[in-house]
Design a protein around this ligand. Structure first.
Ligand SMILES: [Zn+2]
Length: 455
């Protein structure tokens, strides 16, 4: 299957279906080709979205070239062709018409037509990730030929590149994705921690799965650049690495330790509470990393939270024209057990907990936001959530709005984050400090800042 540059497994784990924008034309009918400098893209969906995808690909080209160390030579009027379908059925019908045959995957770069095909995925981020993924296969194949390459390498390369952020203008490839439902770094960590994981055996048979293959490529590319360039000549020719090739990267146990350290250090910072979340920006500032995330939800409370417990978390948000309520995630246990702060446009804030019975309960009396420019309406605000402890040492989430303390609510943990109700919101300048891990000394003396667990 990989002979055709296929991507089995790219669909499947994401079962949540979101309301996609209505296609502009009959099902299965592609729009006119949109032509860029390097790519030509046709989509069944809205043209405004197709133009944005084309812009993503044009921004990806120099970053692909930087990773591969070269770019394919195109003819004077030649573009790499990409087709985006709304459904698996429409994509497979197109693949049959083109003589490629049906596939059980979200997308494919087909050697036969030299086109990339894929269909819309459950989230905006993942659809874009698949676009970057399939076109990276296409770029790779046009640069080094249509060849069946070792799976960990072929898929690892494109998955590494597809971890991205896109804010409508700037594209960042090959980063730790700020948020995604798929969470490959978490999956990679689980694989490494599995009792039956055998690094030596995986090196021998090349049987690294996608999340591990991606991190192995990332490790070799960043930390063993010269040796990896040499190894890639063989891999690009379609041959596996043998034990002598692997030995060039140093001792096997040391390489495994490096891989573990990288996967542990490069965990996704935020987790999806409820879809749909898009990674807009990642910025390395002098005082630490900052992210921008966009949430979208129809008629439901939606949230994203820090993967680690926080000492504090802060962000900025402006109340969009069409939105129900806006606020922060104050704790997170499960979709049916978590706490949010949500404020309406006029600035009335409630702390609400979703209970396992599926009901929202108010934890505190409603509060008015502090005045800004003489008004308590939401407008544009900076929110900061700080972890505190009550007299018994149980955790509290203190909410500060534009530096003024609004309230402190009882919480079960400090997986702080972002929350809103019904609409589309950009949360910008998101920063947080992870809670310092409790030391053995803290545990013995009972002086740990985390306080006793209440459940
Ligand atoms: Zn693939």
């Amino acid at each position: 299957m990989r002979r055709m540059g296929h991507c089995a497994g790219i669909i499947g784990r994401v079962a949540l279906v979101l309301a996609a924008s209505a296609p502009a034309r009959a099902s299965g009918e592609l729009g006119p080709p949109l032509v860029g400098a390097r790519f030509e893209l046709r989509s069944e969906g809205p043209q405004v979205e197709a133009r944005e995808w084309l812009a993503v690909l044009e921004a990806a080209w120099p970053q692909y070239a930087s990773f591969f160390g070269a770019a394919p030579k195109l003819g004077a009027d030649e573009r790499l062709a990409v087709q985006v379908h709304e459904t698996s059925e429409a994509m497979n019908a197109a693949l049959e018409r083109d003589g490629v045959g049906r596939i059980a995957a979200g997308g494919i770069y087909a050697f036969k037509t030299r086109k990339a095909y894929f269909f819309r995925q459950p989230s905006a981020w993942y659809t874009r990730a698949l676009l970057i993924h399939e076109c990276a296969h296409q770029f790779h194949a046009r640069l080094h030929g249509d060849k069946d390459r070792p799976g960990w390498y072929a898929e690892g390369v494109v998955e590494h590149l597809a971890q991205h952020a896109w804010d409508g203008t700037n594209l960042q490839l090959g980063i730790v994705a700020p948020i995604s439902l798929e969470d490959y770094p978490k999956a990679a960590l689980a694989r490494l921690d599995a009792s039956d994981f055998d690094f030596a055996a995986r090196l021998a048979d090349g049987g690294f799965d996608r999340p591990l293959g991606m991190h192995l490529v990332r490790l070799l590319h960043r930390r063993h650049a010269a040796d990896f360039r040499a190894a890639r000549k063989k891999l690009d020719a379609g041959r596996p690495l043998d034990p002598a090739d692997w030995a060039r990267f140093g001792r096997r146990d040391k390489l495994e330790a490096e891989l573990r350290a990288m996967v542990a250090a490069e965990q996704q910072p935020f987790r999806v509470g409820f879809v749909d979340w898009d990674a807009r920006q990642f910025e390395q500032r002098d005082d630490g990393p900052a992210w921008s995330l966009r949430g979208q939800a129809q008629g439901v409370v939606s949230g994203a939270h820090a993967a680690r417990e926080c000492a504090w978390l802060e962000f900025e948000a402006a109340f969009p024209e069409r939105l129900g309520r806006l606020g922060a995630q104050l704790d997170w246990i499960a979709t049916n057990d978590h706490t949010v702060l949500l404020a309406s446009r006029d600035g009335v804030a409630l702390v609400q907990r979703m209970t396992p019975e599926g009901r929202w309960t108010n934890l505190l009396e409603p509060r008015k936001l502090p005045q800004k420019d003489g008004s308590t309406t939401f407008g544009a605000r900076r929110l900061r959530i700080e972890r505190r402890a009550d007299e018994q040492g149980a955790p509290l989430a203190a909410v500060l709005v534009d530096g003024v303390e609004l309230l402190a609510a009882p919480v079960r943990n400090s997986h702080f984050g972002l929350a809103f109700d019904s609409g589309t919101v950009d949360f910008t300048g998101i920063r947080y400090a992870p809670l310092a891990p409790r030391t053995d000394a803290d545990a013995k003396s009972g002086s740990g800042k985390a306080g006793p667990k209440r459940r």
